[in-house]
Design a binder for this molecule. Structure first.
Ligand code: PLP
Length: 424
């Protein structure tokens, strides 16, 4: 077969883009060489429906060992009693949890998408908002932090079966203990979606959801620095309070329901090449080097937020506890869309994002979301964050000046020229 040069040339273009530019998308990162190698390995050829030692296909002896290592490392990393490493993505992890806990039409209480939540937390354009009955909590207008009184009020009024704690664009630590008190008051199951801060949580830098949340979902590719994928965890397994009784009168364990909801409920064969890459990433995450990396991710985000505030930028909640920040650009007279486009021309990648109480559409938006996980992987430190803020400010002030944007791109390329994308 002829090599498909069209696609390989495009992959090379993307390698150059990733290498030369500043990657500030809060949900992205750069994996290690060994994670990449496993993700592109011959394991992609293998079908393995089922779970280790309980498969519906032959020839699973090797992938059984690999998947079990991934499970065991994730358990150790997060202190969980149960882990399912098969979800193909964060969305599929959430889909499976909802399928295990809920019936169509049941009420779920999630973080408003326009305040920082995720599509799968009940947005009307997502299955979660179509199949279930979503209600929302949000942030306080003044402080920009989660309004726990509003959360409690919504919970008491709507009696959701499931409450979701977690976000895609929220820069503050989440009080899972407070969430649990509210969930218990209304008899709801509490799920944390830690897709964004998972790496910081794994190393104890942020509040741990495992002791308080019944179920925890995450992606594996953001601050966790693994391959693209999802995962579901339970700290201490429990009987599903809303489930049908078994013949002996007992309820099914939540872990059993989640396993069935992932396979055969929502997925077929697991991606064993990605599961191998997850296992390697969890092994990396268990090291002290990963702790130092996460400490630097947070330091860089704080330094960046301070530099933005100094330049008169309006950061939602005034700063950050984690790896990301949401900037309201309304006082800079530029939309999120225009800022994203101008920054792209300067080889700086961010994403436009709604800000709480936004008056623009989700396609235009008033804000941008920025994260430090990827630039920290490339070795940048606090002083570099200040330099990046200077460059972003220069772009925003001159966003219609194409020549100026080209000059800034040259500065960005110079800054990144000696920084490889594989650092482990
Ligand atoms: N949950 C949260 C909080 C997220 O931020 C994301 C992705 O951005 C997801 C779920 C979905 O992950 P995926 O894109 O892998 O489906």
């Amino acid at each position: 077969m002829q090599r498909d040069q069209i696609i390989f040339d495009l992959i090379e273009d993307e390698r150059v883009r990733q290498t030369n530019g500043l990657e500030l998308i809060a949900s992205e990162n750069f994996v290690s060489e060994q994670v990449m190698e496993a993700a592109g390995s011959i394991l992609t050829n293998k079908y393995a429906e089922g779970y280790p030692n309980k498969r519906y296909y032959g020839g699973c002896e090797v992938v059984d060992i690999i998947e079990q290592i991934a499970i065991d490392r994730a358990k150790e990393l997060f202190g969980a009693e149960y882990v399912n490493v098969q979800p193909h993505s964060g969305s599929q992890a959430n889909t499976a949890v909802y399928a295990a806990c809920l019936k169509p039409g049941d009420t779920i209480l999630g973080f408003d998408l326009s305040h920082g939540g995720h599509l799968t937390h009940g947005s009307p354009v997502n299955f979660s908002g179509k199949l279930y009955n979503p209600v929302f909590y949000g942030v306080d207008k003044e402080s920009g932090t989660i309004d726990y009184n509003h959360l409690e009020k919504q919970a008491k009024e709507h009696k959701p079966k499931l409450i979701i704690a977690g976000a895609s664009a929220y820069s503050r630590d989440i009080d899972f203990k407070k969430f649990r008190v509210i969930a218990d008051e209304v008899g709801a199951i509490l799920m944390a979606d830690i897709s964004h801060p998972a790496g910081l949580i794994a190393k104890g830098i942020l509040n741990d959801p495992i002791p308080y949340c019944h179920i925890v979902t995450t992606t594996t590719h953001k601050t966790l620095r693994g391959p693209r994928g999802g995962m579901i965890m339970i700290g201490k397994d429990f009987d599903n309070p809303f489930g049908l009784k078994l013949k002996n009168g007992s309820l099914k364990k939540m872990s059993t329901l989640i396993n069935s909801a992932v396979f055969p409920g929502n997925q077929g064969g697991p991606l064993e090449h990605i599961i191998a890459a997850k296992a390697i990433a969890f092994g990396e995450a268990l090291t002290d080097e990963f702790l130092h990396y996460q400490i630097q991710v947070k330091k860089n985000a704080s330094a960046m937020a301070d530099a933005f505030v100094e330049k008169g930028y309006d950061i939602i909640s005034g700063g950050t506890d984690n790896h990301c920040m949401l900037i309201d650009l309304r006082n800079k007279d530029i939309s999120g869309k225009d800022a994203e486009n101008a920054l792209t021309k300067a080889d700086i990648t961010v994403n436009k994002n709604m800000v709480p109480f936004d008056d623009k559409s989700p396609f235009v938006t008033s804000g941008i979301r920025i994260g430090t996980a990827a630039v920290t992987t490339r070795g940048l430190k606090e002083d570099d964050m200040k330099a990046i803020v200077d460059l972003i400010d220069e772009v925003i002030q001159n966003h219609t000046d194409e020549t100026r944007l080209e000059n800034i791109a040259e500065k960005v390329n110079k800054m990144m020229s000696h920084r490889p994308i594989f650092t482990w």
